[in-house]
Design a protein around this ligand. Sequence first.
Ligand code: FES
Length: 327
Amino acid sequence: MQQFKPAWRDGYYRAQVEAVRNLKSDMLEVILKPEKAWPSHIAGQHIALTIEVNGRLTTRVFTVACGASFHRETKNIRLITKVNNEGALTPFLSSVTPSTWVNISAPKGNFTLPNTDKPVLMVAGGSGITPFIAMLEDAIENNLIHRAPVHLLYFAKPNEHVLQSELLALRKRTNNFTFALLTRQKDGDVEAHLSHFADAHWLVCGPNTIYEQVQTVAKLAGATLDSEHFAALPIVNIGSLSEKETFSLVHNGQHLAVNNQKSLLSQLQEAKQPVTYGCGMGICHQCQCVKKRGVVRDTRTGELSDSAEQLIQLCVSQAVTDLEIQL
Ligand code: FES
């Protein structure tokens, strides 16, 4: 089938790379043309992008950085990513040539513009700006922000704000949208900027540190908060774990010693085992595999699995007993 349809894979959608360009030295914009069958997204949703890198399928999750109206008009979608030189996919992306076929998932996620009469406060950290650009594009295009004002606080390191010209163009299209470009070095921490917005519906997208700060203030202010935040790998609540213990993990006939302090995904990566993964935080299911026997703990909830055969997500599972899995 791949001879006739490059990158055809059962269960995936195909998309063709239209263009790749640098927005900053470490920020890339990738324009993709999804196949017709791809169900268009709602602004703010994300997709999993899968590319074959050195013979291995590699998957990462990206927010679609354009509105659905852009897709409707151009048949293209846009991704924007920070290049992580240590990463498995993003350093490779800059060398992907136009016309290359890749795989994408259906759009996923609930981080979208709320249907509210309240003012909306958007808080973006770094590359967390992308869902807000998509939401604003569609909201302005569809005349959805006439009811109440939308204000964006956009935090980034000095000289690292991207898409400023697009933000200015969006602001020119409506009096109801304003934004501030902020750096923590010059403008102080996130909390200092939130006090005027207690009556607003808050949306935050960015690193865990920003999310936690906004969440703390939102609780005190009684503000409604929706979020999308990212951490390199799930955070383990050490306090809820017993003493460090080591177990045996059997996978595809190989044996590996694993402990109960880190996720199975990070330990398999450290052992240079071939694992497929995406978000690293339990959303995309790319790291899902069959556990044949043993008990794992879900790092998000602390819940223990039973010992029977079942599907687990490696990035949010820790060993509690000896394990056997099928990768
Ligand atoms: S890597 Fe996305 S769920 Fe595990």
